[in-house]
Write a new protein. Sequence first.
Length: 609
Amino acid sequence: MLRQKVQLGQTLLEAGVINQDQLRAALAEHQQSGHKLGEILVKQGVVTAAALVQTLANKLGVKGCHLRHGLVDPAVARLIDREEGKRLKVLPMFKIRNRLIVAMAEPQNLPTIDRLQQLTGCEIRPILTLEKDVEEFLQKYLTGDVSVDDFLVSLEESDVEVVERESVDDSPVTDLDQMIDGSPVINLVNLAMLTAIRDGASDIHVEPDRKRTRIRYRIDGILRELMNPPATMHAAIVSRIKVIGKMDIAEKRLPQEGRVHIVAEGREIDIRVSSMPTILGEKIVLRILDKSNLKIELATLGFQPEALAAFRRMLMKPHGLVLVTGPTGSGKTTTLYSALDLLRSTERNIVTVEDPVEYQLDLINQIQVADHVGLTFSRALRSILRQDPDVIMVGEIRDSDTARVAIQAALTGHLVLSTLHTNDSPGALARLTDMEVEPYLIASALNGVVAQRLARTICGNCRTSYFPSPAALLQAGWEKAGPRAFQKGEGCRQCHDSGFRGRMGVYEILEVDDGLRELIHRQQDEQDIKRYLRDRGWRSLREEGLHLVENGRSTLEEVLRVTHSDTQEEIRAESRPASAAKNTSSCPEGQRDHSTPALAGATHGNRSD
């Protein structure tokens, strides 16, 4: 042990942290008291504990960290018992997926690391920490001797400074050498954002609970738990997010919205922030807008060849209304941006009105709705018509006023793109009628409707075969096809044990022709319109999704989850032989399945985010 202390002194000398006189004085006290050299130097005020740890860590070639509250998750600390922690001189700090970050007095002790892997089943990332700090925190965290005040983070002026740009360090998530410079709450918020960005998450949810703060992020449309800080840190976390989002931290009774511009891993990312008061505290949702993940080429979204050709025909018309429908989070905005990418050129004046503008595109004039000053969709749309536009994109048709202005714009020589919230493409016709738009105007203005969903695709790393349940086969209308193996993912680290990785668009195309215009003008009901479409080879969302199952791109259960079909009778009616005969005519050889006639003729598309 004496040899190691002498080495510590020499290391501090070489690093210029102490001088010879300070070392001699510390060694003299060590000889008298028997206390450790590092503790003596800190006690004498010659070096700080953080500088001591960092200097030794640099010498050993490991990461170092001075332990403090906020960097340790109490639930993770209890992965080992106190006696084992004292014997090994270790303290689990926090966990990111299967990687456990552990504070160690001897981070190069391989037998200790092996023992920790056996105890926890995790990959161990050692961090150098002073032995006395490990002992102190073991006592507090593993005996329940942690007070609430230890976790409450005081937001000083420097911590809550309003900034134009908030940087998230671009070092690996578990590199604490950058994290230790900030307060624990700043570290935690930065870590949550950086981890979500690296994993391709679309949203981060910060939710209050009685015993903890639950932080989850959404990947491929599904929420996954990221971390669980103590409930006493919730107010500080919310305040920090509100500050960087330029929101009022004093207002806790009303919903608020904000925006954060950060730099992570060398790229600029916008984050939309929304707060909502709940009975346990404020909930925060951060929507991550990473332009590097935006795929705006139509060919990459997953359209079937025939559907893509029909969509292009709608967009190439000089005027008219093109609608994209689907629920929130179904990829409508990406489809609209892809359409604008196809249309934009120096010869066209393209103007959009959005709420909010999610991604900025070149050669396109983008307007953001501001209801608080009276700039609504309908008012902005009326003003746009005086700006000599060729193409207008309206983020969403929400009311009858906006619907009527959009229809009039489409009838007066403009190509208008917009979205609606309907279950399928024929439903858009009924929705416009509900908004008090006259059927003859709909028939004259509408070019077509695209209904869409996003289905998760099978992880290529853990793909395997399986037999769907009889209930799933019945729901798909395949109960008479007999047992048959399909593809699914078993679950692995790459897909977070979900069996899925990425998503693909499922598209239902309704292209308006003269016969359909006549039906709309005569106010035929939705079932008559569907029969007319089916006679011309139209396929529903459910049928398009089942093609992904046939081609091994997704699972049957996933497609049934994201697509809609009204009744079993309708499913069977949609699978009638007459329709199958029409669809089969365009089916490439080898892709036909006579046991599922309604699905013949589909080809799979490419992955879409």
